[in-house]
Design a protein around this ligand. Sequence first.
Ligand SMILES: [Zn+2]
Length: 174
Amino acid sequence: MILGHLAFSYILTQVTRLFGWELSGSEIALVMIAGSLIDLDLFVTFFIKKGISHRNFITHTPLGVFLIWLIFMVSLGQYFSFEADILVLMALLGHLVMDDSGYWLCRLGLQHIDNCSRISWLYPFKRYNNIGLMKRLGDVGGFFSDKYLKVAKASNILEVLLIIIAFSLFTYGR
Ligand SMILES: [Zn+2]
């Protein structure tokens, strides 16, 4: 979903132009990086904690992204505009919304793989259990298998739509 996250963050920087929030090119890049950043925790599941979802880590919780944003604000926030600083937080939170979109598409009856939330929205008070989902993903061969692409059709269509919208905004919207 990395392209989906990049597209979503880019759309965010363009939609907020409607409110007069004009970002520089480097600030747009910053927001797009922020919108994809937390997926770096995937490397932990590749090399250290195999077999669990990286969405189980604190980095994929509202508390985690808020802490990341605080670190960004203290170290780099002063170098960017107020609007860019706010959009970094929105992109970080938007990443979580995007990651959980499969669940909401499932709730809407548009697909059936993600029947539980992937994001622990109430962490540290409540943590979701991803064992069932990981088993179902294992049964279809993982995120990148043909079978997953078929059972998660709505998620894939959403991602393609976001990419088309972002690309159109980039090409015609400036
Ligand atoms: Zn993610």
